[in-house]
Design a protein around this ligand. Structure first.
Ligand SMILES: [Zn+2]
Ligand SMILES: [Zn+2]
Ligand SMILES: [Zn+2]
Ligand SMILES: [Zn+2]
Length: 498
């Protein structure tokens, strides 16, 4: 035993911890926030997670002696300076059945889900980094390790947990202004402290490729690809809103709801704390400090609901939210292209499309000021916007129910289509807005090395055909398809109107 302990390295292996986390995320095809360490443990198949209170019984009033050991730690901490204090034990991992299985026991008596999620991820780190096998390092024989060596393993597990729950390749898709510290904790559903720390770590990582936003090894590229749709479509706002809802009725609720509220009429996510009206349906919305995830008062629920289950169903509205189609812009409220004729040469000064004369800026019709392209109603005064009529005339964002012609019955939907579209149009030698235009509302299906692309109309079809090679390159180089696509077929498919 003495000898095995000697093998612990002097410095934490940050790269190893990071790699292990990335391999897990990539192999398990995890593609959305919040990342759940419980389901990762379950899918690994050799780990049981138990609650302290489940183990508690008359014979075992203090399982794993959590309380007894914490009392000792508390006493010790009273005698030393703040820096030398030891952390209390809130979970522990042990190897069982001769090393074939592990159990993680965590203290569930303090009901703080964010802390529990982090703790489980940390214990997973001890397992996948081989700490138990190689170093016999459980908290039980922590006493046998020097403080420094124990610290090295703790830092490694911590680093693993932070890359697992808040992975660099995904968070670096944002620029740093967007990624203010509290967002990290809301997006990833981790504590505010952990989020702040993570934000500082991300800013320190300078060795990242500019275009990709991360080192270009395959695992990281896969993670980026897998999460792309989730991030671009705004689906991650479900996680942001849910994390904020955890703090409903607390002192920080107002700060968190200023990041994300949900319109109680149309479920639109409202991400600007200053907005007074929903930009999609125009309903007035409560300011962050008065906002409640529950659209009605409890008395109203009692009146409307027959059973407690009904009330719960109503309360589930807090987990809802909805993303609406929006005309993509360059960030300065200027659309990439005219939403009517798709001309992309829009001059900054002009309010009208130089080709078709349609209004090409989204303006509040009452106040005349320029608004984000997504708004159908002005979030400040609730008045209609110039884009409202355009949205009413546009097709929906996605093909909803697709009846593929029979000859394509053996095709399945390509899972990373949005990423394929963006990389084909923008990641080549020069960006190709026409191709993006033609493919924005397309959808990809495949069967072995045959790709089938459904587009809106004949002009889209012609553009896609012309750019077949870009698409093939994007699929192999960026989407990391193992085999190149031999053939790309393009068909026009009627898009359902709203
Ligand atoms: Zn630990
Ligand atoms: Zn609304
Ligand atoms: Zn136009
Ligand atoms: Zn207005």
């Amino acid at each position: 035993m003495q000898k095995r302990k000697e093998t612990i390295h002097e410095k934490p292996r940050f790269n190893l911890a990071e790699d292990k986390a990335f391999v897990l995320l990539s192999e398990l095809e995890i593609n959305k926030f919040p990342i759940c360490p419980f389901s990762i443990a379950e899918r690994l198949g050799c780990i049981d997670i138990l609650k302290y209170t489940e183990l508690q019984s008359e014979e075992m009033p203090d399982p794993f002696s959590f309380d007894a050991r914490n009392r000792k730690i508390d006493e010790y901490n009273k005698t030393v300076s703040l820096q030398s204090q030891r952390p209390r034990i809130d979970a522990e991992v042990r190897m069982v059945r001769g090393g074939n299985r592990y159990i993680i026991v965590y203290d569930d008596r303090k009901d703080n889900e964010q802390r529990i999620r982090w703790t489980i991820a940390h214990e997973l780190g001890h397992i996948v980094l081989g700490h138990l096998v190689e170093f016999e390092c459980t908290a039980l024989n922590r006493n046998g390790l020097t403080k420094e060596k124990y610290g090295v393993l703790e830092v490694e597990a911590h680093w693993f947990a932070s890359e697992l729950l808040a992975p660099t390749p995904v968070l670096r898709m944002f620029n740093f202004e967007q990624l203010v510290s509290k967002n990290v904790s809301l997006i990833c559903d981790i504590s505010k402290d952990a989020g702040n720390k993570r934000y500082r770590e991300l800013k320190r990582k300078k060795d990242y490729n500019e275009q990709w936003g991360y080192k270009t090894n395959n695992e990281e590229r896969k993670i980026h690809r897998n999460f792309f749709e989730h991030m671009l479509s705004g689906e991650y706002l479900f996680s942001v809103y849910n994390s904020a809802c955890r703090f409903d009725d607390t002192a920080i609720a107002s700060e968190l709801f200023s990041e994300c509220r949900v319109c109680h009429t149309c479920q639109n996510f409202i991400t600007d704390g200053k907005d007074s009206f929903c930009g999609i349906c125009g309903t007035e919305t409560k300011p962050p400090h008065l906002f409640s995830p529950y659209p009605k008062s409890l008395e109203d629920y009692m009146r409307d609901c027959e059973t407690p289950e009904d009330i719960l169903k109503y309360r589930d509205t807090k987990s809802r939210g909805k993303n609406y189609y929006y005309i993509k812009s360059e960030g300065n409220n200027k659309p990439h292209f005219c939403p009517i004729c798709k001309n992309h040469e829009i001059e900054d000064a002009s309010k009208y499309c130089l080709v078709c004369g349609a209004i090409s800026q989204n303006l509040c019709l009452q106040e005349g000021k320029s608004l984000e392209t997504a708004h159908r109603y002005c979030p400040a005064c609730g008045g209609e916007t110039s884009f409202k009529k355009i949205y009413e005339a546009l097709p929906g964002r996605f093909f909803t129910e697709i009846d593929l012609p029979h000859e394509y019955d053996d095709h399945i939907e390509y899972p990373y289509w949005t990423f394929a579209v963006v990389t084909a149009a923008f990641w080549g030698k020069e960006s190709n807005i026409n191709l993006y235009n033609a493919m924005e509302n397309s959808i990809g299906f495949y069967n072995r090395d045959e790709m089938l692309i459904l587009v809106e109309n004949d002009s889209c079809k012609a553009i896609v055909k012309e750019n077949e090679d870009y698409i093939k390159t994007a699929l192999t180089d960026y989407c990391l398809c193992s085999k190149p696509f031999r053939n790309i077929e393009v068909i026009v498919h009627e898009v359902p109107r709203n």
